[in-house]
Design a protein around this ligand. Structure first.
Ligand code: LLP
Length: 454
């Protein structure tokens, strides 16, 4: 009888016709006799959680590759010199880096550690760029020795430091100057980078002077311009505004100063849809409303006709849109309780595993790994085990009633999940698993207490 509540096997009431970014092949409920179980590709998440324990990060190899290929095929159609880089900060697991390096991705790195990992994973130095407002001398020296295509310069002082270090090493540094166009990305303030009040880049009104100085420095070779206005940008208009102001700037630089740039690094920032990830009739009623976000095709169609007026080669450096929807964080319910009218579900993953809800009030869909019929729904706070009120995964979330011992998936956690994990409360960090078809393997061991006790 229960069976009749389920659609045939592999049911996922896809909303993908509305949402171009949702790839509905990765996390799917498969109907079983009296229940539905969540799978990543062909692997049962419940089995993974039982085998490896929780909290556990799980990634789909097929989803990562499909995301990257969508980017690279779209960008290839815009011109043979244009390419996509991967912003490694989103997920720097070495196995994932190797996958993307083998696909021919460029890499955007922001530390010596990321640079070393990128090189070791096989990214081509001719497609590696190094961003960040606070590079140390040692990091700049490493970038120079590694012969990467460009260090993205974020201040006049940094430009002089790079020139001095290049001179001392007898090298010439390829640079892009990061321009801050003062454009509102309309994202969370903590992940908006393109306003003058943000620490990033050089104000667009001052940037021509910095290019002129760069031209005069012996050990600097100007490659182009870099700009990145923010992350999780859900509208097209900030991208278009940024492109228009860059083109105006690049044109003026050529006409007024005879400085002709060869390259524009347009940054990353494409949003993903965190709200419509999996669905099943038994989950209906959960709040999943959100506006569709632009696809990369839509961004490219809006931006390239503008940027290509410069004659520059162009690269994008997305992070989130390549890995976020490939990942889920599996967690186990430890306790349920009510304080007055308020219901709490306390789980074994907290802000030390996934800080996005605490830090940005970010929404992640949270679903049981197994759903059964005849189960009510209830609005509850999903809270971590950490002794801090700010430690939560979701507030006031309507979802099926769950009980101690049940396992849940926190979805779309492939980007800015594990990389932001910490040992707060002396909790060892989770393991990471890569799924491919019906196989799976550990790509990072769970930390042991011995690793973190002095
Ligand atoms: N390029 C630069 C210079 C960046 O700073 C970033 C991200 C990216 C590219 C990649 O942006 P994406 O395509 O992933 O939006 N922890 C935050 C996100 C911080 C993004 C920092 N910069 C979060 O969890 O939402």
């Amino acid at each position: 009888m229960v069976r009749s509540l389920f659609l045939p096997c592999f049911t996922n009431i896809s909303r993908s016709h509305l949402l171009p970014n949702v790839n509905d092949t990765t996390f799917l409920y498969r109907d079983q006799s009296d229940r539905a179980a969540l799978y990543c590709e062909d692997v049962s998440l419940d089995e993974l959680a039982s085998q490896y324990g929780t909290p556990l990060y799980v990634y789909s190899k097929a989803q990562i590759l499909s995301n990257f290929r969508t980017f690279s095929e779209t960008i290839k159609r815009t011109g043979s010199r244009n390419y996509v880089s991967y912003a490694i900060k989103a997920n720097s697991n070495f196995e994932i880096l190797k996958l993307l390096a083998a696909e021919g991705a460029g890499a955007s790195v922001v530390s010596g550690g990321e640079l070393r990992s990128a090189l070791k994973a096989g990214f081509d130095p001719a497609k590696i760029t190094f961003d960040g407002p606070g590079k140390t001398d040692e990091e700049i020296q490493l970038a120079l020795q590694s012969n990467i295509v460009a260090i993205d310069v974020e201040s006049l002082q940094e430009l002089h430091v790079i020139n001095d270090l290049a001179k001392a090493a007898g090298l010439k540094a390829g640079i892009c100057i990061r321009v801050n166009p003062h454009i509102d990305a309309k994202s969370h303030p903590y992940i908006s980078t393109g306003l003058l009040e943000n620490k990033f880049g050089i104000a667009i009104d001052d940037a021509a002077e910095v290019f002129r100085i760069a031209r005069s420095l012996e050990n600097i070779s100007i490659v182009g311009l870099h700009s990145h206005i923010g992350s999780q940008i859900t509208e097209l208009s900030p991208f278009i505004e940024a492109a228009e102001s860059i083109v105006e700037f690049v044109t003026k630089l050529r006409v007024d100063d005879s400085i002709t740039l060869q390259h524009i690094n347009f940054g990353g920032g494409q949003a993903i849809d965190y709200h419509h990830v999996v669905s099943h009739p038994l989950l209906d009623g959960a709040e999943t409303f959100a506006e569709p976000v632009p696809s990369f095709q839509q961004i490219a169609d809006s931006i390239f006709p503008i940027l290509s007026k410069t004659g520059c080669s162009i690269n994008f450096e997305p992070g989130r849109a390549i890995v976020a929807n490939s990942g889920a964080l599996l967690t186990k319910v430890l306790y349920t309780k009510s304080n007055g009218d308020k219901h709490f579900v306390i789980v074994d993953a907290g802000m030390s595993d996934l800080i996005r809800p605490s830090l940005y009030h970010a929404y992640h869909e949270i679903v049981p790994l197994t759903i059964t019929a005849n189960r009510g729904k209830r609005t509850a706070d999903i809270e971590g085990p950490i002794c801090e009120t700010g430690d939560f995964l979701a507030h006031d979330r309507l979802m099926p009633v769950v009980d101690r011992g049940e396992k849940l998936a926190v979805l779309s956690t492939g980007a800015y999940g594990y990389v932001l994990a910490s040992n707060y409360n002396m909790r060892p960090r989770a393991a990471e698993i890569l799924v491919s078809g019906s196989s799976h393997r550990i790509i990072r061991q769970r930390e042991r207490l011995e690793d973190i006790i002095g």
